[in-house]
Design a protein around this ligand. Structure first.
Ligand code: PLP
Length: 383
């Protein structure tokens, strides 16, 4: 398969522009120098506006999960209660991480089911040091109620730790307004940089809490990141992945050039176009919503049609040059997912839908081509 000809429509890693690829090939520099401090500071400034926060921002060498572990491990100690909300695979991951560092109070919903705020409230009333939420649950294509969880966390004086791995940079994430104490994003998702970095924002309240945690992680200790980040020439505690920082800086400039408002709108329109197309093809969306949940604006999860599995669709699409995702673990074969993160265009979505129609037609699920493309195009034209 010619990778240059492949259309990457999975929920990360996403296509990286030639500008970003070229940036990565620059010569190495001293990571304790004004040059590196300049790159790090520039990245942090742009990230602050993407996160909509005045909190400190750190860039960690390690994928999104490293950021999740840094967040929980730095602020939760043995015996500390963590309310961990799960309605998909990444909520489960937060729960598993919290179980290593503290005492988990699981709040588990079927994957793809909405979060019931009443249940969360009851658990918080019993007392907790922190609460974890995945804002955009990539495994199920559902957008969870971060603002509401932020309000509950504040009321019960719990740290709000939020995975924004697949929402930050593509959707509206108001870290300060929602009271998110620690927010995490991965480089390879909506920011459209290569995989390998995670970005974490940390509130003053979270730093205070961390000071009392004696067994914080060594490598991903956020207090160590603060100490190095506060130096007049900002640094990271250990040698950073310099080529990835070059790439991130360039990717962030692309985000800045587009503007977050336009970028959020583009992600919303593209996912609306996908939803309109699949509805026309008689494919059902997977997530179940309530008044506080929404379909994700960065990844769409659909139920596989009868007699065709999610893996069939994924592999047939791959054979036609379009990489989409299937379901993870218990959702394998039951669903398939189309991402529209990063710098995806309307043309990419139309090509994806066109190939999906051909695949569904081959399986005898639809008998004529064009209805999905037409529905998607109507949404794109309207925007
Ligand atoms: N959280 C969410 C919501 C994700 O979608 C992912 C990856 O897909 C992760 C966390 C884990 O990120 P990584 O694979 O970069 O460690």
């Amino acid at each position: 398969m010619d990778l240059e000809d492949t259309l990457l429509m999975m929920p990360g890693p996403v296509t990286v522009t030639p500008r970003v690829l070229r940036a990565m090939s620059k010569p190495m520099i001293n990571h304790r120098s004004a040059e590196f401090a300049g790159i790090y500071t520039d990245c942090r400034e742009i990230l602050s506006s993407i996160f909509q926060t005045k909190n400190d921002i750190f860039v960690l060498s390690g994928s999104g999960t490293a950021g999740m572990e840094a967040a929980v491990g730095s602020s939760v100690g043995s015996g500390d209660k963590v309310v961990a909300i799960e309605n998909g695979k990444f909520g489960e991951r937060f729960k598993d991480i919290a179980a290593i560092y503290g005492e988990v109070v699981p709040v588990v919903f079927e994957w793809g089911q909405p979060v019931n705020l009443e249940v969360v409230k009851e658990k918080l009333e019993e007392g907790a040091k922190a609460i974890t939420l995945v804002h955009n649950e990539t495994s199920a294509g559902i957008l969870n109620p971060a603002a509401e969880i932020g309000k509950l966390a504040k009321k019960h004086d719990a740290l709000f730790i939020m995975d924004g791995v697949t929402s930050l940079g593509g959707d509206d994430v108001k870290v300060d307004e929602w009271g998110v104490d620690i927010a995490v994003v991965g480089s390879q998702k909506c920011l459209a940089a290569p995989p390998g970095l995670s970005v974490v924002s940390v509130s003053e309240k979270a730093f205070e809490v961390m000071k009392d945690v004696t067994k914080r992680p060594y490598y991903n200790d956020l207090l160590a990141y603060k100490k190095s980040g506060d130096k007049p020439k900002a640094e990271t505690p250990y040698t950073p992945a310099i080529p990835l920082f070059y790439a991130l800086q360039e990717a962030l400039h692309i985000v800045k050039e587009e503007g977050m408002e336009a970028r959020i709108k583009r992600h919303r329109v593209l996912s609306e176009a996908i939803r309109a197309a699949v509805a026309e093809l008689n494919i059902e969306m997977f997530p179940q919503l309530n008044e506080y949940s929404h379909y994700s604006n960065t990844v769409s999860a659909m139920k596989a049609p009868t007699d065709v599995t999610g893996e069939d669709i994924k592999s047939d699409m791959k054979a036609r040059g379009v990489i989409i995702a299937g379901g993870q673990e218990r959702l394998k074969n039951k669903i398939f997912r189309i991402g529209c993160m990063g710098n995806v265009t309307g043309r990419d979505v139309l090509s994806t839908i066109q190939q999906l129609e051909i695949v569904l037609n081959k399986h005898g699920y639809i008998d004529r081509l064009g209805a999905g493309v037409e529905a998607a195009n109507r949404v794109l034209d309207r925007a």
